[in-house]
Ligand binder design. Structure first.
Ligand code: PAF
Length: 281
């Protein structure tokens, strides 16, 4: 695996790979890998001739209250894990290379980013689409893999790809969970044992919603109320939002129909966790 720091260099490499008609698979990440990241890398590896992974902790997607400065890093371990999977190129740019002095261009998907996560993190998706657009222009991947865990991110990126005619296929890979059902996330490491134990209610609430739907419930309010009641039984859990939306347009649904996304953000102690399931009704 070659480690490349210069955007220009990896762009040249990728351009010559494209001339050789190689299929470039790409996974953008912020590093500090857990099994969730590695599952995305494995999906991309299977579907490509050459696998490129990027590690870049993107400052523009963090809000003032977010954890940019304390975002965890372990490049040595990440490199080892990528090598084991057979990654060909690891792109690790510096901030000054991605956002040099005078940087002034942003990519924004407007409506899809105003709801759900966008309500409490207003600038977040603008930062994500800007960096992903830049990375797509640099790496020019044929396929790029994102996780279902950040469902709205994947929907927003698909919209950007369609609207701006990027030549890349977006693949959304399933959420990886601990045996307990807790979705893997870099933020789980901030949870104390007690908080982690309380966080198990989150997956239970998704299962509760699933069971209600399976037994014929179609009223979104009733499902959200039952989920909220269950989560609130845990003293450390504070619901930010619970939402039921159309999984493609993200339109909020009163009556469940079609491909439905059930999602939430819940603070457990100081840690804000998100999770979701997609259900065909
Ligand atoms: O999902 C993430 O880790 C980030 O939002 C991404 C896509 C790498 C952009 O910085």
């Amino acid at each position: 695996m070659k480690v490349i720091r210069s955007p220009k260099r990896i762009q040249e490499i990728c351009m010559s790979l494209k001339k050789e008609r190689k299929i470039i698979g790409f996974v953008p990440t912020m590093g500090y890998f857990h099994e969730g990241h590695l599952s995305l890398v494995k999906v991309a590896k299977k579907k490509s001739d050459v696998l490129v992974v990027s590690i870049f902790i993107n400052p523009t997607q963090f809000g003032p209250k977010d954890d940019f400065k304390r975002y965890p890093k372990d490049l040595k371990r990440d490199k080892r894990l990528l090598k084991e999977i057979g990654c060909n190129f690891l792109f690790v740019p510096d901030i000054k290379n991605m956002y040099p002095e005078g940087y002034d261009t942003y990519v924004e998907v407007e409506n899809l980013t105003r709801l759900l996560e966008g309500v409490s993190r207003p600038e977040h998706f603008k930062g994500v689409t800007t960096i992903v657009a830049k990375l797509f222009n640099i790496v020019q991947p044929d396929i790029a893999v994102f996780g279902q865990k950040d469902f709205q991110q994947a929907v927003v990126i698909k919209r950007m790809v369609k609207d701006l005619n990027f030549f890349v296929k977006i693949i959304v890979a399933p959420t990886i969970r601990e045996k307990s059902g807790l979705a893997l996330s870099s933020r789980n490491m901030y949870l104390s044992d007690k908080e982690k134990n309380e966080a198990l209610v989150l997956y239970q609430s998704l299962n509760l919603a699933k069971k209600m739907i399976e037994s014929g419930e179609r009223d979104s309010r009733k499902i959200k109320d039952r989920m909220k009641k269950l989560i609130q039984e845990k003293p450390m859990a504070k619901v930010d939002y619970i939402a039921i939306n159309d999984s493609e347009t993200l339109r909020p649904l009163k009556k469940l129909k079609g491909d439905v996304l059930i999602s939430f953000a819940v603070r457990v102690g100081k840690t804000r966790l998100i999770d979701n399931i997609k259900i065909k009704v």
